[in-house]
Design a protein around this ligand. Structure first.
Ligand code: GDP
Length: 431
């Protein structure tokens, strides 16, 4: 479900508005600002559309008046949100804290619905109109306390809301692959093997080189872009490559790619250089496929040895699909496409917020967080803030042990089968 975050400095009426939207008096409203509440996420509904409502008032510091803390909290909320409800107090106007929040909102690329609260009568609507100045579009005058204007406001929220949460299917053209590996591992042989089907040269960068930078290759009936094939095909450059330049080039290729195929030599020990290349891929957050080349040279003894090496050295990327190929003979070259598809599918995937929290609820109930000093950590909510690669944010109260975060990560990966994609888990702690 889409996430709507309610953002505003303390005491502008965030929780009152949340109550108004929820249409019930369940969420506690205190007169003193910053009273810690237990729940900050609510399932809400308006004319048949369901969404998550996030009340950032629940994260307010007990110590008040620190504008940067308020901005920090807003930053988190905004990063999660599909739509931001930005509330200002129409009677007070714009304060320096509001201005700080505005900066956060301008940086974030999210639709903002501007709410002028505490407009209890017609006179207040004039004051609210002055907020057009903020450049956030039409100010919506409401009285959260009395309900005035809240229906129109919710209509505006729905209008700003994406159909299925952020992301969605966008046609981005052919998927982009970085083919990586140390010299002589067989990159250019594999490229030639794959291109045998049909090769179309693309993306000539005018004036820089006569070689194509990238190549488009048809595999499994679809077009793929292999980035920086110039770096693979121009051997001169490659052999010149001091480590530093090689890694610069690899980084640049990863930058433009969506998935990396790291080629390793099946008949030679896994080297530190191989591991370094894999590290660069992990650093880039790209999807990953491991391909062991020169499989035709393998005997049984080496095969057994290789399996041991993989276990010892590649445990941290055990989630990457693996193909055993021979660029020379063409063995299993056709397995590359399904591996790429699987990795990219994981990389693009978005878990709906409802499903994610159902999963987390079950997991935490079955395996509670260990006590610390007799205290329990409470996991409040999780949402997927990003895709490509999937990034999750978990909200907990008190603390969340590193080991437990890793446990959640592992289970998340297993249960939702994120094969071939790194996943990132951020934690937000509420005192
Ligand atoms: P690059 O530096 O990674 O582009 O590696 P090349 O594609 O130039 O290959 C280096 C050497 O390995 C060449 O002599 C290739 O013929 C050989 N080679 C590449 N792939 C295979 C393979 O699958 N099996 C065997 N036996 N040799 C291969």
């Amino acid at each position: 479900l889409p996430v709507v975050a309610v953002v505003g400095r303390p005491n502008v009426g965030k929780s009152t508005l949340v109550n108004r939207i929820l249409g019930r008096r369940e969420a506690v409203v205190e007169d003193q600002p910053g009273v810690t509440r237990d729940r900050v996420f609510y399932e809400a509904e308006w004319v048949g559309r369901d969404f998550w409502l996030v009340d950032t008032g629940g994260w307010e510091d007990r110590v008040q008046g620190m504008a940067h803390r308020v901005a920090e909290q807003a930053e988190v909320a905004v990063s999660l949100a599909d739509v931001v409800l930005f509330i200002v107090d129409a009677n007070v106007g714009i304060t320096t804290t509001d201005e700080q929040l505005l900066r956060v909102l301008r940086r974030a690329d999210r639709p903002v619905v501007l709410v002028a609260n505490k407009v209890d009568d017609q006179r207040g609507e004039l004051e609210a109109a002055a907020l057009w100045n903020l450049g956030l579009g039409e100010p919506h005058p409401v009285s959260a306390l009395h309900g005035r204007g809240s229906g129109d406001l919710l209509d505006a929220v729905l209008e700003a809301m994406p159909e299925e949460g952020r992301g969605g299917a966008v046609d981005r053209g052919p998927r982009r692959i970085a083919l990586l590996g140390r010299p002589n591992v067989g990159k250019s042989s594999l490229l030639n093997r794959l291109a045998r089907e049909r090769r179309v040269v693309v993306d000539e960068v005018a004036g820089t080189t006569r070689d194509p930078v990238d190549e488009r290759i048809t595999l499994g009936g679809r077009d793929w872009t292999f980035v920086d094939t110039a770096g693979i095909r121009r051997r001169v450059l490659q052999s010149q490559g001091a480590d530093y330049y090689a890694s610069l080039r690899t980084r640049a290729a990863l930058d433009r790619a969506e998935v990396a195929v790291v080629l390793l030599e099946a008949n030679e020990p896994i080297s530190t250089q191989d591991l370094k290349i894999i590290d660069l891929v992990l650093e880039s957050g790209r999807a990953l496929v491991l391909a062991f080349n020169k499989w035709d040279l393998l005997d049984e003894e080496r095969h057994a040895q290789l399996e041991r090496e993989i276990e010892q050295n590649l445990g941290h990327v055990a989630w990457a699909p693996r193909v055993n190929i021979s660029a020379q003979t063409g063995r299993h070259a056709d397995r590359l496409v399904p591996a790429l598809d699987e990795a990219l599918e994981s990389w693009d995937r978005r878990i709906p917020t409802g499903r994610l929290n159902a999963f987390l609820g079950t997991l935490v109930a079955a395996h509670p967080h260990p006590l610390r000093g007799g205290k329990q950590s409470r996991i409040l909510f999780a949402t997927q803030a990003r895709t490509r690669p999937p990034r999750f944010v978990i909200f907990a109260s008190g603390f969340l042990e590193h080991g437990y975060r890793r446990f959640i990560e592992r289970r998340l990966r297993e249960d939702f089968e994120f094969t071939g994609s790194p996943i990132v888990i951020g934690v937000r702690i509420r005192e």
